[in-house]
Design a protein around this ligand. Structure first.
Ligand SMILES: *[C@@H]1O[C@H](CO)[C@@H](O)[C@H](O)[C@H]1NC(C)=O
Ligand SMILES: *[C@@H]1O[C@H](CO)[C@@H](O)[C@H](O)[C@H]1NC(C)=O
Ligand SMILES: *[C@@H]1O[C@H](CO)[C@@H](O)[C@H](O)[C@H]1NC(C)=O
Ligand SMILES: *[C@@H]1O[C@H](CO)[C@@H](O)[C@H](O)[C@H]1NC(C)=O
Ligand SMILES: *[C@@H]1O[C@H](CO)[C@@H](O)[C@H](O)[C@H]1NC(C)=O
Ligand SMILES: *[C@@H]1O[C@H](CO)[C@@H](O)[C@H](O)[C@H]1NC(C)=O
Ligand SMILES: CC(=O)N[C@H]1CO[C@H](CO)[C@@H](O)[C@@H]1O
Length: 458
């Protein structure tokens, strides 16, 4: 007991005085230096000690992420990670993996068996040293101090003050908050000068329609078009046009002398600039400064599932982040991915009909204020919603109908772009097979207007 409370005091002292734990450093890393992923791996610190490069231990403590993080905040927020070209790869590596700074290939990451997993590579020249810069940029330079490679020109899901993104640049979301595999969303600075947010197909990376566009493309006069996305050292992000004018994304930023900043494409597709107080207080956290888009639930791409997975229903929370919920009688395909697709607890099928009537086999989940706007298969004009349901019931291929005004829309499956919309006056009926008890997940049941929850708050 005595020794563990001593440990606790020691730990508190360590947390309160970061310099004690940190070896003197000027941020420089010599060729030949290496780090092996263990529970207490050292890291390469910037001169101020604010950024560290090394192995960040994952939730599953046997896995590590080769990354750069904010060292002086308790959360050790990751701002860059080594990501292979193959989108199916999980960038987390196992215990005993090693990163080494080499003259020919720069940073080289190998697994415990010595197989190369990732390298910075792709440059001409010979590395003489690496520098973990105080800006959060890890730079490889040659003997003339020319930059051969830098993490700032290979962003992952986060941009930092002093970082610039040129046309062609891409920031990609991670899979979930704790899974750093490639996610479905992208922030791209297009060659035409527009900054856009879009979802994409995985693993082929085909980009779908944008759900945010900066509007910094002038077809009639390219000098008015965007040229660079700049996150300046004072924490202001803006698009610089070729004619020198700026399109401000950050309206007001807290001073960098007292606040850390980052802009992250969250795993759910919302791009947010955050700040975090540098000075100690009991209640510190990353607070949003601004975010885009205003309402990601309104996203209606022709292809893909929309803001949430297939069949799922998107609702916006106060911080502009989406919640995704499965309809009643549906469950998450992957329990670890709340924003992923929902699957029916029991599949409807044209082979079900034997002696039993459709009424005996199936029923409907009725949803109010829920729309699945795209993916119509047929349009009928029955007298009422009861006949709309009947039409679906007696069509063994029909999984859902929406009755709106005088129209009954049979939907294609799986359902996409589902959203909670307080202004939607239709009724959504989703067919399900009776007599199946769902495992745990009660799903979403919305039958009447629910006070504040909706997309039309802004
Ligand atoms: C950083 O420190 C190392 C030794 O600790 C030294 O060799 C190197 O020249 C220094 N680099 C700079 C840029 O001061
Ligand atoms: C580190 O960043 C500063 C600007 O923030 C820059 O002046 C300096 O050249 C950078 N050092 C290296 C080695 O890139
Ligand atoms: C992360 O997600 C990817 C893609 O879905 C999956 O293959 C991988 O197993 C996940 N990793 C963990 C640690 O769950
Ligand atoms: C393009 O716009 C710039 C101002 O941004 C203006 O000076 C220039 O004359 C325009 N060029 C043409 C061809 O209209
Ligand atoms: C960044 O942009 C802001 C807003 O325009 C400006 O006030 C500030 O001086 C800029 N900082 C730097 C380092 O250029
Ligand atoms: C702590 O921070 C949260 C989020 O920023 C805020 O909502 C809450 O009011 C803060 N509490 C105190 C006691 O400052
Ligand atoms: C497959 C199926 O649902 N069969 C049912 C048909 O209806 C009879 C009587 O209602 C049930 O006993 C069967 O289980």
């Amino acid at each position: 007991m005595a020794s563990s409370s001593f440990d606790l005091i020691f730990l508190v002292v360590m947390l309160l005085s970061p310099f004690m734990a940190v070896a003197q450093t000027n941020g420089s890393v010599p060729v030949g230096a290496s780090i092996t992923a263990t529970d207490d791996s050292p890291s390469w610190l910037s001169a101020s000690g604010e950024f560290a490069f090394g192995f960040h231990q994952m939730e599953n403590k046997d896995y590590f992420l080769l990354s750069i993080w904010y060292e002086k905040i308790p959360e050790k927020t990751v701002v860059w990670y080594a990501m292979g070209e193959d989108p199916t790869d999980d960038p987390a590596v196992s215990r005993g993996s090693k990163v080494e700074l080499t003259a020919d290939s720069g940073l080289v990451l190998t697994d415990p068996q010595g197989n190369r997993i990732w390298s910075s590579g792709g440059f001409l020249g010979t590395v003489s040293s690496g520098v973990m810069n105080d800006t959060g940029n890890f730079v490889l330079q040659d003997t003339n101090s020319d930059r051969l490679w830098e993490s700032f020109t290979h962003p992952t899901d986060t941009l930092l003050p002093a970082q610039i993104m040129e046309a062609g640049g891409i920031v990609s979301s991670r899979r979930t908050e704790t899974n750093f595999s490639l996610g479905r969303f992208q922030l791209r600075f297009l060659d035409d000068g527009n900054l856009v947010l879009n979802s994409m197909n995985l693993p082929t990376k085909v980009a779908y329609e944008a759900y945010y566009t900066s509007g910094t493309y002038d077809a009639s006069n390219s000098s008015n078009s965007g040229y660079q996305l700049i996150f300046n050292e004072s924490g202001y992000m803006y698009i610089l046009r070729r004619n020198g004018l700026r399109e401000d994304l950050t309206k007001t930023a807290l001073p960098t002398t007292h606040f850390y900043h980052r802009a992250t494409l969250n795993f759910d597709g919302v791009f947010t600039q955050y700040s975090y107080p540098k000075t100690f207080s009991s209640n510190r956290s990353w607070s949003p400064v601004w975010s885009e888009p205003e309402n990601i639930c309104k996203y209606n791409p022709i292809l893909g599932s929309g803001a949430c997975g297939y069949n799922s229903i998107c609702s916006l929370s106060v911080d502009r982040r989406p919640n995704c919920n499965c309809p009643q009688e549906f469950s998450l395909l992957d329990q670890n991915d709340k924003h992923g697709s929902c699957i029916p607890n029991s599949e409807i099928s044209c082979k079900d009909n034997g002696q039993n009537s459709s009424e005996e086999l199936y029923d409907f989940v009725e949803l109010r204020y829920v729309d699945y706007p795209s993916g119509d298969a047929e349009r009928l004009q029955p007298q009422n919603d009861e006949q709309c349901r009947k039409a679906c019931l007696n069509d063994c291929l029909c999984g859902a109908v929406i009755f709106l005004g005088k129209d009954c829309w049979k939907k294609k499956l799986p359902l996409s772009n589902g959203k909670l919309d307080s202004g939607f006056n239709g009724k959504t009926f989703i067919k399900f097979k009776k007599g199946y008890l769902p495992p745990g997940n009660p799903g979403l049941q919305i039958r009447r207007r629910e006070g504040t929850s909706s997309s039309s708050q802004e």
